[in-house]
Design a binder for this molecule. Sequence first.
Ligand SMILES: Cc1cc2nc3c(=O)[nH]c(=O)nc-3n(C[C@H](O)[C@H](O)[C@H](O)COP(=O)(O)OP(=O)(O)OC[C@H]3O[C@@H](n4cnc5c(N)ncnc54)[C@H](O)[C@@H]3O)c2cc1C
Length: 274
Amino acid sequence: MALMTAKEYIDSLRKLNTRVYMFGEKIDNWVDHPIIRPSINCVAMTYALAQDPQYADIMTATSNLTGRTVNRFAHLHQSADDLVKKVKMQRLLGQKTASCFQRCVGMDAFNAVYSTTYEIDEKYGTSYHENFKKFLIYVQDNDLTVDGAMTDPKGDRSKAPHDQKDPDMFVHVVERRPDGIVVCGAKAHQTGSINSHWHIFMPTIAMGEADKDWAVSFACPTDAEGMYMIYGRQSCDTRKLETGGCIDQATPSSADRRHWWCSTTYSSPTSTFS
Ligand SMILES: Cc1cc2nc3c(=O)[nH]c(=O)nc-3n(C[C@H](O)[C@H](O)[C@H](O)COP(=O)(O)OP(=O)(O)OC[C@H]3O[C@@H](n4cnc5c(N)ncnc54)[C@H](O)[C@@H]3O)c2cc1C
């Protein structure tokens, strides 16, 4: 599959059955919600810029897993040059969105889990690394956005996960089945969580032998059964509703960009960036 356009990315979110709640209510059309949509537009920019030939060297890379062209946000760093281009890509996105474009945590998670699973397999003879590689090829080939889900609510910070009064203060395994695991718990402060197609879960603190059930890392679709997204209160969130939807949408500096930020329909990257 080719890299997604910004419009295809936004349309792909509509196809998911992501369960979103905000201010105590379920939001059905969350993709067009005026509080949420600006953040979706920022992720969409990571897709739009990857389509633009002038940014191809920064925004795309050749996958070391398949040899195919992938969005750099789904790439495993292979060299110092890759790391420099990653920073240039982040700087470019910062200039274009004046906001958080959300795919960085997933990108860091790919790189961390890739090397960690390799080391686990070396030590224990397991096959997590191959499993992860298959998942990442799926992500790269379908040009998906993935949330890096690490921070748990944590409960009493002086206590380990197994010592918490409420075991759900850290995500943990509650059942092991032949086809996988069942987990329970929550993650907090997730950047771009609802705007992601998949989540990679990782533990948030160092754990001991007694925390075995909490020492778990896995990937699952954002709309998996039992996943609920609670969109948190932010200090400036209702300002987006108070001015006809044209404040706090980042910093438009031309009529075209104003159209990009304030419209619910997408204008082509060439007209947006001209
Ligand atoms: C804008 C933003 C985006 C984020 N995006 C993501 C994301 O995409 N994915 C993700 O997984 N997380 C994300 N986070 C979460 C972030 O990584 C956590 O907020 C951070 O790790 C701190 O954890 P906490 O909020 O639980 O604070 P706490 O752990 O409660 O820490 C609060 C303070 O208490 C101190 N403290 C904690 N425990 C102890 C202890 N036992 N003894 C003494 N001092 C202690 C800490 O050093 C700190 O100063 C995001 C956070 C922000 C603000």
